[in-house]
Design a protein around this ligand. Sequence first.
Ligand code: SF4
Length: 454
Amino acid sequence: MIPASLLQKYNVPVPRYTSYPTVPFWNNVPDATLWKQVVQKQAAAANNTDGLSVYIHLPFCESLCTYCGCNKKITTNHNVEEEYLQAIIKEWHLYRELIGDEPLIRELHLGGGTPTFFSPENLERLLSEIKGHAIIHPRHEFSFEGHPNNTTRGHLQTLYNIGFRRVSYGVQDHNARVQHIINRIQPFENVERAVKDARDIGYTSINFDLIYGLPLQTKESIIETIVQSIALQPDRIAFYSYAHVPWTSKAQRLFDEHDLPSAAQKMELYRTGKQLFMENGYSDIGMDHFALPGDDLYIAWKEGWLHRNFMGYTTQRTNMLIGLGVSSISDAGLAFAQNHKTIHDYYQSIADGELAVTKGHFLNNEDLVFRDYILDISCRSKTNFHVKDLPLLKQYVFPELKKLMADHLITFNEKEVDVTELGRHFTRNICKAFDLRLLKSEMMQEEKLFSKAV
Ligand code: SF4
């Protein structure tokens, strides 16, 4: 059992570290010419090695889940599919022309929004166009996010025929009262059917997204949700914390804040969930993710080749991720770039024959070094220090590591750090100890405060 006192102590805002530097620290210089040069260089390297990853953001949803913080567009008008599809195809060709050769695709993920808002026929057209101008790596991994309410057997079969073997279902919570208040009515039978269909067709990995901290959730209701979920034996479970940010997410104003569990109750929900996963054979592979021993993510974690990028944990380590669609983020190793966040602006750039990137970050040497430390901690639960980094490590990181070691979350010396069994439950907090940009900014703030006081 994880001590409640530690959960309380480390229950502080911490990034998910799907990128380093994290978005608030981007220098926002998506110089188009420089970005294109980096893409060309990285894609050429990717074509000669492990291939590249492609993420496609499909933003439409038929109804608004009130907890949602994703970039989405609510509509029941399916005529929107065609225009969006054409824009993605055009964007893909812009990248393809930039790269020159046919890109070697290792990893492909459809996220949203609700990818299964699109008809199977339209998804097939889109993906045929992408695949038709690319080489598919023999060890490719294709995955998509499915809404249990509208993922049909047709979707599953079509995507399976194209090469998809992984599906991630947004389950969130099975309790009827909770579903009502979050405006996501999703009978258990729908989830059961979606899982059964996927298994019948041949999908080899099924993930459930669950959320704790939602309005009206209680310890009893979360136990019920988790027990029902585990009965369907998803290979992976992502157990996310609900982030209540009504000032940025207007839909969250639709329920009363008194309906939310208190901070202490929320922590209990989290503890209860983790406990149940562990008791039922799931391993905590870090940062909200649990997996059964046979799953590839678990094997990658055990064998030390797990990787993490903007899509979260992955078994594919590529050095180039092309993000297509509104708000998508691309990662060219030395630089990040994010597309426009509104569909209008995104369409405009693509219609003008331009990449839709609007902000980004070029990594400096320090970023590259500390990104590797964070990746090591988040994916391998250990890292070795380079002698040349010791001055910076000693100044910023070691004081944080000492605090973590005092709580038995890590062991460390001047050569390496190892995350303990207990520490694995706090992977994000340990990554934060290597977040040089955050540490520097915190120190600057303290210095400012200090000056003021004097
Ligand atoms: S949670 Fe998913 S389905 Fe619901 S509004 Fe957000 S993106 Fe759409």
